[in-house]
Design a binder for this molecule. Structure first.
Ligand code: GAR
Length: 228
């Protein structure tokens, strides 16, 4: 996989266009908006696209003065026409990176290939553990003592692809899935803006399916702890 961020060195102007895709609350979107508002950030959120007309994330985009648009799957006869329309809309904004932030749609191979190397996702588990839904409940039921979140490049497999960064949190015996989800989400809000910044600064490369930061394997993962 090639990563197309070579021409993206950080500057103090907003020179790195991204498009963010959401379906729900948009708390990760908010973390990205907040991070992009830092004068040091080169991230320019050109548009937010939601698969869900009622997504709270659309309000967050509106509040931040970012263009928000709904692409409801009900308006399209099939997955491939939906994805083709989505591509046309995203490309209008000429993003250097497309960010899936709780976008709860399975994407076609055509979509993923179109954005190969510049499409990233966040998933609330320590991938490859627990792709799909109900990640926190599954971790609790398995008796895991650790959970977390993963930012990764997207490949055609659902919740799969080279890992950019993972945050680890403890699972406590008394946790229910909501408590665990909150603990993980807090870390998502830290690692996603960080991964986007790394990408924009041209610091990520993918070699043999592995992501390197500044050419260094050992910096791939960052571990966070959390007190109860
Ligand atoms: C986040 O927990 C994100 O990791 C997850 O959806 C949530 C969206 O929350 N994504 C997936 O499960 C993707 N497979 P948000 O709308 O508040 O950012």
């Amino acid at each position: 996989m090639s990563v197309s961020s070579e021409s993206s060195a950080a500057t103090d102007d907003k020179s790195f266009p991204i498009v963010v895709l959401i379906s729900g609350s948009g708390s990760n979107l908010q973390a990205i908006i907040d991070s992009a508002s830092d004068p040091e950030s080169c991230i320019d959120i050109r548009a937010v696209i939601s698969s869900n007309p009622n997504a709270y994330g659309l309000k967050r985009a509106h509040r931040a003065g970012i263009s928000g648009k709904v692409f409801n799957y009900r308006d399209y006869p099939d997955r491939s026409s939906y994805d083709a329309a989505l591509i046309a809309e995203i490309d209008r904004h000429q993003p250097k990176l497309v960010v899936l932030a709780g976008f709860m749609r399975i994407l076609t191979t055509e979509f993923v290939s179109h954005y190969s190397g510049r499409l990233i996702n966040i998933h609330p588990s320590l991938l490859p553990l627990y792709p799909g839904l109900n990640t926190h409940q599954r971790a609790i039921e398995n008796g895991d003592t650790e959970a977390g979140a993963t930012v990764h490049f997207v490949t055609p497999e659902v919740d799969d692809g080279p890992v950019i960064i993972q945050a680890h949190v403890p699972v406590f015996e008394t946790d229910d899935s909501n408590e665990l989800a909150c603990r993980v989400l807090k870390q998502e809000h830290i690692i996603y803006p960080k991964a986007i910044r790394w990408f924009a600064e041209g610091r990520l490369t993918v070699q043999n399916g592995e992501v390197l930061l500044d050419g260094n394997k050992s910096l791939k993962q960052q571990v966070y702890s959390d007190e109860k």
